[in-house]
Design a protein around this ligand. Structure first.
Ligand SMILES: NC(=O)C1=CN([C@@H]2O[C@H](COP(=O)(O)OP(=O)(O)OC[C@H]3O[C@@H](n4cnc5c(N)ncnc54)[C@H](O)[C@@H]3O)[C@@H](O)[C@H]2O)[C@H](O)CC1
Ligand SMILES: [K+]
Length: 472
């Protein structure tokens, strides 16, 4: 099963891999025609009712695969109103080649007659809410006639994600949907066929620009990130907190020992430092930290630069046990995740060594070990983003790989930026989608800098907005 948002992301990744949407539309149209051939006999009359989006475009392609039938092609609206280039090009090709095309500009004029088959291609995944005119009248006409109704992708009007069926929706006999099943089609009383349209498996497996779009909230999402880190180290928490801002967080707070508060504040005026009265994180601070994070619906980053003092790990353990919000767990805090029972929503971001230290697989090549990482994430019950040349992100059921980045990223601190970006995205996005998008953004930032060696994690910061809002 796939959501329509994820389907859109996979489409976009396919285009980035060199398989553009128009090619997918050709496959979709072909698949629609195959189902029409199953329900119609040679010479039967087939009426295509096409909307102005790509759902209509699929059916316009199908027309070219239906020689031998008594075809009628009705476009709902004026050709100038076709909303995508690829659908318009397919319309123009039909007109040019002399197919029986009509543009219906007044819904009352949709003359269905008594066709044997109607292809319902008014609306697919682009719909929201009850059908508007002229689609609503056209749906009534389709439902009133005796024809076998073949719906393209989804019966027009039905929400492919939720399965909501508004009163005005088309009642289909058959549905041809593409690439993968849609949750919203499961309850329908008709035959649903899932057809392969030639999307490369890599478009789902490897993160691409579609994942960036899917996992990145709008720049005004208003997410607050709360980094709990520092003590023995100062750079790591500052990088996480700054990366969160560059990735669109509205505010980035840093909770740290007061011994380093001034140092952290001195790194960047954009950070809000909340120092506690101690040399390192200890259980005494946890209640306050949870109260602050919970009150403001913060996304927490726990771990960067915390160190491994016993009392610090005790504090991290208590925090995990008691916090119930979204959080990224990185670095020194990772080792305790397997021992705690938590209601928080976690993305854990171990490198190879930390992964093994958590009881996960010992791997040289993370990509080759993706199945083992998936199994580990399933056991752990949290999203795992294992980091190396390839980053492997898994929630135990879904696994995505990012091969973006450069060898220069081995430098210290690039994991800290990744944790901050992930947190900024997690405020408004599914944790797996957020983590996958963050891996892509962090890696692309390094690629854009084109440094063979000598990359600094702090170099990535300036580059992030251009990647995130320029490439999504
Ligand atoms: N990988 C794939 O699955 C592929 C699917 N394809 C097909 O593309 C459609 C989705 O196309 P899109 O252009 O995004 O949207 P629609 O055609 O569904 O319609 C958009 C159109 O409809 C208007 N609209 C929205 N809500 C309503 C409403 N309630 N009443 C009337 N009109 C409405 C909106 O304004 C838009 O203009 C997918 O389903 C597949 O069929 C591709 O062919 C390739 C790959
Ligand atoms: K449809």
């Amino acid at each position: 099963m796939i959501t329509t948002a994820r389907m859109g992301a996979v489409d976009r990744n396919a285009a980035a891999l060199g398989v553009p949407q128009k090619q997918l539309m050709e496959s979709s149209g072909n698949a629609v025609a195959r189902v029409v051939r199953e329900v119609a006999s040679e010479g039967d009359s087939v009426t295509i009712v096409a909307g102005r989006g790509n759902n209509g475009g699929d059916a316009l392609v199908a027309a070219r695969f239906l020689d031998g039938y008594d075809l009628s092609i009705q476009l709902l609206g004026r050709p100038e109103a076709i909303s995508t280039d690829i659908a318009r090009e397919n319309w123009e090709a039909l007109e040019e080649a002399g197919y029986p095309c009509e543009s219906v500009t007044d819904s009352a004029v949709l003359e269905l007659g008594e066709p044997d088959v109607v292809v319902d291609a008014m609306l697919g995944t682009g719909i929201s809410g009850e059908l508007r005119e002229p689609e609503a009248s056209a749906a009534r006409a389709i439902n009133a006639c005796d024809a076998t109704v073949v719906s393209v992708d989804v019966p027009s009007g039905v929400d492919a994600d939720t399965g909501d069926v508004p009163e005005s929706a088309v009642e289909a006999d058959r549905v041809v949907t593409f690439h993968d099943g849609k949750l919203g089609l499961a309850e329908l009383d008709c035959e649903v066929r899932v057809e392969d349209i030639g999307i490369p498996a890599a478009a789902e497996r490897y993160v691409g620009p579609g994942d960036l779009e899917l996992g990145t909230p709008a720049p005004d999402a208003g997410t607050r990130v709360f980094v709990i880190g520092g003590g023995p180290y100062t750079g790591a928490p500052a990088l996480s907190a700054q990366a969160a801002l560059r990735a669109g967080a509205e505010l980035s707070f840093l909770a740290c020992p007061d011994s380093i508060g001034d140092v952290l504040a001195g790194y960047a005026e954009d950070l809000i430092v909340q120092a506690y009265d101690s040399d390192r994180l200890s259980p005494d601070e946890v209640d306050d930290l949870i109260e602050t994070a919970t009150k403001h619906d913060d996304v927490v980053v726990l771990g960067p630069g915390l160190g491994t003092a016993d009392e610090t790990l005790d504090a991290a353990r208590t925090f995990l046990e008691e916090f119930e919000g979204p959080m990224v767990v990185d670095a020194d805090a990772l080792s305790i995740v397997p021992e705690v029972d938590t209601d928080a929503t976690l993305v854990c971001t171990p490198n190879r060594k930390e992964l093994a230290g958590m009881g996960g697989p010992e791997l040289d090549d993370l990509e080759a070990g993706a199945d083992e990482i998936e199994a580990f994430a399933a056991d752990l019950g949290h999203v795992v983003m294992a980091k190396a040349e390839a980053d492997v992100v898994s929630d135990g059921e879904r696994t995505r790989i990012s091969t973006r980045g450069t060898p220069g990223m081995v430098v210290g601190g690039t994991g800290d930026t990744l944790a901050g970006i992930t947190a900024a995205f997690m405020g408004e996005r599914d944790p797996l989608d957020a983590a996958a998008a963050a891996a892509y953004a962090n890696g692309r930032a390094a690629e854009r800098l084109e440094k063979g060696g000598g990359l600094l994690a702090s170099d990535l910061l300036d580059e992030l907005p251009g990647v995130i809002w320029g490439e999504r």
